[in-house]
Ligand binder design. Structure first.
Ligand SMILES: [Zn+2]
Length: 104
């Protein structure tokens, strides 16, 4: 396979082997949904599965990171046009409480 970058286990520095590809639905603005393929790699030494997450996703979150940032910074709220029920108010409250915005 061309242009494959070698990946290494962050714990034991072993070269990871391609394991499989998982599909994930990512929700974006305007209720759009897109399917992204996430490649998984397995460390031959510690057997840990590592996922290759695209940069625009925060790990384990299903919304694009700019929406999450907007909610935490306060310029997207449940009253914002286009975001009335999306993400839901409870989700927004949870994000604000946790303050998952990356620190500068
Ligand atoms: Zn390892």
């Amino acid at each position: 396979m061309a242009n494959t970058i070698d990946k290494y286990c962050p714990d034991c520095k072993e070269k990871l082997k391609r394991y499989d590809t998982v599909k994930r639905i990512v929700r974006g603005k305007d209720h759009s949904q897109k399917l992204v393929a996430i490649e998984r790699y397995k460390c031959p030494k510690c057997k840990t599965i590592h996922r290759d997450l695209p940069e625009y996703l925060y790990p384990f979150r299903h919304y694009e990171s700019d929406i999450i940032d907007g909610v935490i910074e306060g310029f997207i709220s449940p009253e914002t046009l286009g975001f009335e029920d999306f993400p839901c108010e409870e989700t927004m409250k949870r994000w604000k409480k946790r303050g998952i915005k990356p620190r500068l």
